[in-house]
Design a protein around this ligand. Structure first.
Ligand code: ADP
Ligand code: MG
Length: 370
C-alpha cells in the first residue's frame, strides 16, 4: 500500500479498499489465529445466508460443516506453526453450504496477513452456481449443435436412396399383377413414407430455431389444415366441427411452422380416435390473444403420461416418432408471448389450447370494425 504518501493518503486508501472489499461480489471472510471471525462482507452475507451479527466475533465453525471445520482449523494451526502455505495463494473448488442447508459449488482462495505479529486469514469465496449453469448450457448447446450436424448429414444421406427405393416400388406396383407381390410392394411404400416422415421430424427437431414473424390469418391457416385432413377424417368416420371467429384473427407468427403445429395436433387427434368421434377446431379472441383449440373425443392421455408426451421420442404408437408434440410445443414457445395448454382425461378425450399474440395491425382493424 502507499508507503510513500502521508497519513491522510493512507487513510484514504484504506477507506477505498474497505469499500471495495465491502461491495465486491466475492465473499470476504477474515479470521484471526483463533478461528474467530473479524470480517464478513455484504457478499458473504448474501452467499452464506448469515447476517454479520450472527458471525462476527464467533468461531468460523458457525458457517462450516464439522469435517470442513476440523480440516480448516488444522490447516490454520499448521500454518501458524510452520508458516508453510498449503492452500494459501491457491484457488480451490469445493462444495460449500448456506444457512438454509443448501449446498453450492464455490471457488475459494486464501490469503494471509501479518499485522503486529498476529496472523489474519482471509477466505475469498465465489459462488459458482451461475457459472456452472452457464457452462452446462454452453456444453449442452454444443452437444446439440454437433448432434444436429450429424442428423443433417445422415438424413441427407438416407433421403436420396430412400426416394429411389420408393420410386422403384411404385413403378413395380404399376407393372405387377401378382397379389402377393403387390401386398409386399404396398408395405415397402408405406414403410418408406413412414421413414420419410421420421427424417422430416428429425430434421425439424435439430434445426436451428428461427421464427419468422409475419401477419398470419389464423382462419385461413386452420381452414388449410382442415382441408389437408378432411379426407382422412371421412375415411375413418370422424366427425369434425370447425368454429372460427368471424373476425379475421390475424396473429403474429411463422406461417409454415404454425401450420405444422396445428397439423400435428389434428393428426394426433385423428390417431387417438380409432373408434370414431368428433374433432372440434375452434379459434376465438381471448384476453387480447387468439386462442386456438383442438379437442377430440379419443383415448385421452393417462395422468402418468401427461408430463412425458412433450419429451422427444415419447410415443405410445406402433409407428409414432414421438417428435410431434415436442416440436409443436417448442415452436409455440419460440413465438414470444404465447402459451400451450393440455387437458386430457383417459378414455374421454384431449384438448390442446394454444394462445398466440394478436398481430398489432389487426387490433386497430378490429377496433374499427366493432
Ligand atoms: P407421435 O404422434 O409420433 O406418437 P407426438 O409427440 O405427436 O408423437 O405424441 C406423443 C404421444 O402423446 C402420443 O404417442 C400419444 O400417446 C400422446 N398423444 C398426443 N396427442 C394425443 C391425443 N390427442 N390424444 C391422446 N394421446 C395423445
Ligand atoms: Mg404425433
Amino acid at each position: 500500500m502507499g508507503n510513500t504518501g502521508s497519513k491522510e493518503d493512507e487513510n484514504r486508501e484504506l477507506m477505498i479498499l474497505k469499500h471495495a472489499v465491502e461491495n465486491t461480489n466475492e465473499a470476504f471472510v477474515t479470521i484471526d489465529q483463533n478461528h474467530r471471525v473479524l470480517f464478513f462482507n455484504k457478499a458473504a452475507e448474501k452467499i452464506f445466508g448469515y447476517g454479520r451479527k450472527e458471525i462476527i466475533g464467533h468461531d468460523l465453525d458457525v458457517i462450516m460443516t464439522p469435517t470442513c471445520s476440523r480440516n480448516h482449523r488444522e490447516a490454520v494451526a499448521r500454518y501458524v506453526k510452520t508458516r508453510i502455505p498449503g492452500r494459501i495463494g491457491h484457488a480451490a473448488e469445493m462444495v460449500a453450504s448456506r444457512k438454509n442447508g443448501e449446498t453450492f459449488p464455490a471457488s475459494i482462495s486464501f490469503s494471509v496477513t501479518e499485522v503486529e505479529e498476529q496472523l489474519f486469514f482471509t477466505g475469498i469465496v465465489r459462488d459458482l452456481t451461475k457459472t456452472q449453469e452457464l457452462q452446462e448450457q454452453v456444453m449442452q448447446s454444443e452437444r446439440l449443435a454437433a448432434l444436429g450436424q450429424m442428423v443433417a448429414e445422415i438424413t441427407h444421406e438416407i433421403k436420396n436412396p430412400l426416394m429411389m427405393i420408393g420410386g422403384f416400388a411404385q413403378q413395380l406396383t404399376k407393372e405387377t399383377d401378382d397379389e402377393k407381390n403387390l401386398k409386399k410392394l404396398n408395405i415397402i411404400t408405406e414403410e418408406i413414407r413412414r421413414l420419410e416422415r421420421l427424417l422430416a421430424d428429425l430434421k425439424e427437431f435439430h434445426q436451428v430455431r428461427t421464427i419468422v414473424s409475419e401477419p398470419v390469418d389464423i382462419r385461413e391457416l386452420l381452414e388449410k389444415v382442415f382441408s389437408l385432413v378432411q379426407e382422412e377424417c371421412e375415411r375413418q368416420n370422424i366427425q369434425t366441427e370447425v368454429t372460427l371467429d368471424e373476425r379475421a384473427l390475424t396473429v403474429s407468427g411463422d406461417r409454415g411452422r404454425l401450420e405444422q403445429v396445428f397439423l400435428n395436433l389434428v393428426k394426433n387427434a385423428i390417431e387417438a380416435m380409432e373408434r370414431g368421434g368428433k374433432i372440434l377446431i375452434q379459434s376465438r379472441l381471448s384476453g387480447g390473444q387468439v386462442e386456438i383449440m383442438v379437442k377430440d373425443e379419443g383415448c385421452g392421455i393417462s395422468e402418468q403420461d401427461r408430463d412425458k408426451v412433450f419429451a422427444p421420442f415419447f410415443t405410445t404408437k406402433k409407428h409414432g416418432t414421438g417428435l410431434g408434440l415436442c416440436i409443436s410445443k417448442r415452436i409455440i414457445e419460440d413465438h414470444g408471448g404465447s402459451s400451450f395448454f393440455l387437458k386430457s382425461e383417459k378414455g374421454k378425450g384431449t384438448t390442446f389450447k394454444i394462445r398466440l399474440p394478436l398481430y398489432r395491425g389487426a387490433l386497430e382493424g378490429s377496433a374499427r370494425n366493432n
